[in-house]
Write a protein that binds this ligand. Structure first.
Ligand SMILES: *[C@@H]1O[C@H](CO)[C@@H](O)[C@H](O)[C@H]1NC(C)=O
Ligand SMILES: *[C@@H]1O[C@H](CO)[C@@H](O)[C@H](O)[C@H]1NC(C)=O
Ligand SMILES: *[C@@H]1O[C@H](CO)[C@@H](O)[C@H](O)[C@H]1NC(C)=O
Ligand SMILES: *[C@@H]1O[C@H](CO)[C@@H](O)[C@H](O)[C@H]1NC(C)=O
Ligand SMILES: *[C@@H]1O[C@H](CO)[C@@H](O)[C@H](O)[C@H]1NC(C)=O
Ligand SMILES: *[C@@H]1O[C@H](CO)[C@@H](O)[C@H](O)[C@H]1NC(C)=O
Length: 548
């Protein structure tokens, strides 16, 4: 029986020895074909890059980053580094999936380079943070709890019974999450947890730029979502190294540096989530029965909302009674929240998934109790990764005596006051920071108003369920003359979910020529992108009634 911890240690030791050699002749990457588990695209190259586990303590040993490169075709100007956020998303995989979009942003004259952050994937060391040995271990610990079933509540916890039912689970859930944390600490990843996170990632990308573009070269960087937090840390840790930097879908760095995620995240970040939902029901109503199966002739957006609320209630009632519903209302809420990020899936959900769910809890003969669809978030197929948790919580501010009861009370308050539809989404990574015992050896907590060597291009979707526009506005104001903000007038999370040739050409003009558009330029979504049959994003935006 091989102890994975020993194998990992042996690899780290071997690399540490290698890095002494690198240190004297300069670190470099030997590019070769990518592993076929990543991509079979032979135009992409992959390699490894060694960095210190702790930049302030070389005796800690060496980390190994899995790196991928899409080569530009024109006269090479340097590298454009890409971070997909998550924070646990694999940069190597995302670059492989979005190669054309990213190469276009680089105008052909930059190589686009990404990597798996420490704690992400099985190629980088330290690798993917996993806390459970098996799905069975995970299911055994959490069977029947909100971790698996989500939170069942109706109408913003209107019923005091729902409030009490949630609060009654606080101690038990806190115990189970504490137990999970102990498993994380004793897993192979455990002793590396303090070496993962955004500050190390910033130093890693600066080292990569030194190696690929020459010592002291400008760092060109595209970061989305959590990648924007790393971007703002880069700008303030290394202002003199800032090259062409695009940050899209901004996580407010001051909020992150000062407020604990477990109780504050939903209250602060979900302010636009219900408006995105309004976009979904408005689009469905505009499409009518022809383009959206949930709509009947003449339905208004609030009629569609009523149907979705009715479905949530039926699932809620069924799980309280003796029915065997295909999923809980909490699981449906989780699925809907995930859907808010990706308008390209709205039509599939409303046309394929909604009718099946409605039939399964309806009174008709077509009762069907197992519904399986990739857009439905239910039982996990494998034990979850804790990569995002490890990075986000390790980067976050310290907490002071917070309890699970506080977390639950913040959810109840946010359901009533901030996001009626989504505040009770559970599980959710920021909540897992409750009692997370590790902080990264380095965190950047300010100041955030350093002057970068080059101005930044910031972009944000007008209706983003998870990183609201307010984060981008805050960053623009911190940067003053050194940052221009572009609004993408659509729905969802990140630049990848709705196409806009307007913003694509702004990105390329900035990256290639350094040209910045007028501040607060508004870009529309391309009209050939239909959210529902015959319904564009512009149609939805024009009909969106933001009532609250
Ligand atoms: C690459 O090709 C192999 C063999 O056909 C296949 O098993 C693998 O899934 C492919 N990889 C990807 C990322 O598609
Ligand atoms: C969860 O508990 C129920 C009984 O409460 C049991 O029937 C089921 O097998 C358990 N599932 C798992 C995965 O442990
Ligand atoms: C969970 O762990 C924290 C930190 O160690 C501790 O303060 C708290 O009492 C624990 N909670 C429970 C319910 O055991
Ligand atoms: C509700 O939100 C408003 C505006 O964000 C805030 O001023 C108020 O204190 C909140 N109320 C509660 C009960 O959280
Ligand atoms: C762009 O506008 C924002 C307000 O939306 C402002 O905070 C920022 O300083 C402006 N940037 C420039 C370069 O004028
Ligand atoms: C960069 O500027 C040149 C010269 O004005 C222009 O021809 C080219 O289209 C610009 N590139 C981009 C990507 O905007």
């Amino acid at each position: 029986m091989i102890d994975p911890l020993l194998v990992l240690n042996a690899m780290v030791v071997a690399l540490a020895v290698g890095s002494h050699l690198y240190a004297t002749r300069g670190n470099h990457i030997s590019w070769g074909p990518c592993d076929s588990s990543i991509t079979n695209d032979t135009s992409l190259a992959c390699g490894f890059f060694d960095v210190p586990l702790d930049y302030h303590d070389v005796s800690a040993g060496t980390a190994r980053l899995a790196v991928i490169k899409a080569s530009g075709t024109g006269h090479r100007r340097g590298s454009l580094f890409f971070n997909p956020g998550g924070p646990g998303i694999s940069g190597v995989q995302r670059l492989a999936q979005n190669k054309d979009t990213l190469l276009a942003i680089g105008g052909g004259v930059y190589d686009v380079v990404s990597w798996d952050l420490r704690g992400v994937g099985d190629l980088t060391i330290p690798g993917e943070v996993r806390c459970f040995n098996s799905l069975e271990d995970y299911n055994t610990l959490f069977n029947g709890t909100i971790e698996i079933n989500g939170i069942d509540e109706l109408d913003n916890f209107a019923n005091p019974v729902d409030v009490q039912h949630l609060l009654d689970q606080a101690t038990d859930m806190e115990k189970k999450y504490n137990e999970t944390i102990q498993k994380c600490l004793s897993s192979p990843s455990g002793r590396f947890l303090k070496y993962i996170g955004a500050a190390a990632a910033v130093r890693d990308v600066v080292s990569l730029a030194d190696a690929l573009d020459g010592p002291g070269a400008p760092v060109n960087y595209v970061g989305v979502s959590y990648g924007t937090l790393m971007g703002t840390w880069l700008v303030n840790m290394f202002p003199e190294r800032v090259g062409r930097v695009i940050l899209d879908s901004i996580l407010d760095p001051i909020f992150f540096a000062t407020q604990e995620p477990s109780t504050r995240w939903v209250l602060h970040q979900f302010v636009v989530s219900d408006t995105v939902y309004r976009g979904l029901i408005t689009g469905c109503a505009l499409a009518g029965p022809d383009g959206c199966a949930a709509a009947s002739e003449g339905d208004s957006p609030s009629d569609i909302d009523t149907k979705i609320q009715r479905l949530l209630k039926a699932l809620y009632d069924a799980s309280k009674g003796d029915g065997s519903p295909p999923m809980t209302s909490g699981q449906l809420r989780n699925s809907l929240f995930a859907l808010m990020n990706t308008p390209g899936q709205w039509s599939t959900f409303m046309n394929d998934v909604y009718p099946q769910l409605a039939a399964s809890v309806g009174t008709g003969p077509a009762q069907k109790t197992t519904i399986s669809h990739p857009l439905l978030k239910r039982a996990a197929a494998q034990a979850p990764s804790y990569a995002s948790t490890g990075i986000l919580c390790g980067d976050s501010t310290d907490e002071h005596g917070t309890t699970m009861t506080d977390v639950f009370n913040s959810i109840i308050a946010a359901s009533r006051n901030v996001s009626h539809v989504f505040a009770a989404t559970w599980p959710f990574v920021p909540h897992q920071c409750l009692h997370w015992p590790v902080r990264a050896v380095e965190r950047y907590q300010g100041p955030f108003n350093k002057t970068p060597a080059n101005p930044l291009l910031i972009s944000a979707n007008t209706y983003d369920p998870i990183t609201p526009l307010t984060g981008a506005e805050l960053l623009a104001s911190l940067l003053g003359q050194d940052g221009v903000l572009v609004h993408k007038n659509g729905f969802g999370h990140t630049m990848f979910v709705e196409p806009s040739s307007c913003i694509n050409s702004i990105y390329a003009a900035y990256v290639v020529n350094g040209t910045l558009p007028a501040n607060n330029t508004v870009c529309d979504i391309d009209d050939d992108f239909e959210v529902f049959k015959g319904v564009t994003t512009s149609n939805i935006v024009a009909n969106l009634q933001v009532t609250d």
